[in-house]
Design a binder for this molecule. Structure first.
Ligand code: F0G
Length: 460
């Protein structure tokens, strides 16, 4: 036993119920992906073996969360479950006022409509698809102010989610602070590969924005995973709990949008939180238009209560260690098989560099979309494109050409086993072995908004 330096990341739970999966053959999968227009979003999930499309809403709830499904209060107004959710958000995150929404993008819609005026500039640490679209629909222009390292898949900066304060300062000097309603700060930046923001960077950002009277709005979808990385990597935080670190992160921001479908371990739900009474009042006005009364915001009472329990569970150190540990395990396997992945290994999944995997394809031949389809054909593992298709078009109609052309292997929380991780890595290795024979795709149908969800392709 002397040689074992690091203990395993085993899960702090056991299984009480399982969901049976359909096993498919390769000819069945070739047909299924063709019928789906080579878009993994359009595959029937029944035909999927291991579903790594997203970590959103795909979590396993705990026995305690299922328990409150029976005790949730389904009153239209003043549901007891709303007050339980509000209490949890105040206690664990520290935000003052809460508006529940059916998921994250609904909170983004409401917040963008309230805070953004036509012609405003919204800086952020890398775009997220729905977040940027709501900023644009409200009349704003998103500007990426993440550090350059985030756009380089091989750069091993420990906090690739950090904001480049110099880039932000240039924007403020160019447009004036009045044109900048807030900085959109995402924790554990999704599109960068699940990369964290450091506490030092956040403190610096807080000091800077305070000086210029600019709000920080926190996309806290994966805040607990970010806190885990701070605990592991940042000086002075190794003795602090995830719970303490999360509260500190939130304390440097003025409000938040949350997709509870990720870190908060539920299948549906979200909220907007804010410390400013005026913004809260407006949000309460708008939520009744789009979502439902301000004490349920499109959610059932049981959903709100399951979020409250999920928030507490997500802040448990043992949970996060197993959660990120499992992702790390898969990433290490991929590295062993020489598969080009984004480094450091992120919090919610493995991001394969499709440009490096399929260097013979141009970005217009959709390398990441192609690779996701090939992986599905090989093993029934469903992944997601995060490259040129996801990036979409600018308001003037031109394509965005993102530097990162990635395939995301997103790991749902508390769902798959270590043996599943082995199968995934082996399948990626099998596709890697035959990479030179893989041909690209052309797009034959393109929806107007968020095209990656419904676009269709054909083999070249
Ligand atoms: N912000 C981030 C960082 C996200 O990752 C998501 C969703 C949202 C906001 C929107 O939340 O889906 O509840 O409306 N991300 C999912 C994903 C869809 O697969 O990455 P939502």
């Amino acid at each position: 036993m002397k040689n074992i330096k690091k203990r395993s990341w085993a899960e702090p739970y056991k299984m009480k119920m399982v969901e049976l999966l359909k096993m498919t053959t390769k000819p069945q999968r070739i047909k299924a992906i063709k019928d789906a227009g080579y878009n993994t979003f359009l595959l029937p999930s029944e035909d999927v073996y291991i579903d790594l499309l997203t970590d959103s809403g795909t979590n396993s709830m705990s026995d305690r969360q299922w328990g409150v499904f029976m005790t949730g209060d389904e009153a239209y107004a003043g549901s007891k479950s709303y007050y339980i959710l509000e209490e949890a958000i105040k206690k664990y995150y520290g935000y003052k006022y809460v508006v529940p929404t059916h998921q994250g993008r609904a909170a983004e819609n409401i917040l963008s409509q309230i805070l953004i005026k036509k012609g405003d500039i919204v800086p952020g640490n890398m775009y997220f698809t729905t977040t940027r679209l709501h900023q644009e629909l409200a009349g704003g222009t998103f500007v990426d102010v993440i550090i350059d390292e985030a756009h380089d898949p091989l750069n091993e900066h420990p906090f690739k989610g950090n904001i480049d304060i110099g880039k932000l300062d240039k924007l403020v000097k160019k447009h004036g602070a009045k044109k900048i309603p807030y900085v959109c700060l995402a924790t554990n930046v999704n599109m960068a590969g699940g990369q964290p923001v450091s506490m030092a960077n956040l403190k610096e950002l807080r000091a800077y924005t305070k000086k210029h009277g600019i709000r920080i709005i926190h996309d806290m979808t994966r805040v607990a995973e970010n806190a885990y990385f701070i605990q592991q990597r940042e000086k002075g935080y190794d003795k602090k709990s995830i719970r303490e670190i999360v509260k500190e992160i939130c304390s440097y921001t003025d409000g938040a949008t949350m997709s509870a479908k990720k870190d908060a371990l539920v299948n549906i739900g979200g909220f907007m939180a804010i410390n400013d009474w005026d913004v809260f009042e407006e949000a309460r006005n708008l939520v009744v238009v789009y979502e439902g009364l301000h004490t349920y915001g499109g959610l059932a009472g049981r959903d709100m209560e399951a979020i409250a329990v999920g928030i507490a569970e997500s802040l448990d150190d043992n949970h996060q260690r197993a959660r990120v540990g499992q992702v790390e395990y898969l990433g290490q396997k991929m590295i062993e098989y020489n598969i080009p992945i984004v480094k450091p290994i992120g919090g919610h999944g493995i991001f394969v560099d499709a440009k490096a995997f399929l260097p013979h394809l141009t970005q217009d031949q959709f390398p990441a979309q192609t690779l996701a389809a090939e992986l599905y054909i090989d093993s029934g593992v469903r992944t997601m494109e995060r490259g040129i298709v996801s990036a979409g078009r600018k308001p003037n109609g031109e394509n965005y050409y993102p530097k990162l052309e990635l395939v995301r292997f997103t790991i749902p929380r508390r769902v798959y086993t270590q043996a599943h991780m082995d199968v995934i890595a082996e399948s990626a290795a099998a596709v890697y072995d035959k990479r030179k024979s893989i041909k690209g795709l052309k797009m034959v149908y393109e929806p107007k908004y968020l095209r990656f969800f419904q676009a269709r392709f054909q083999k070249l």
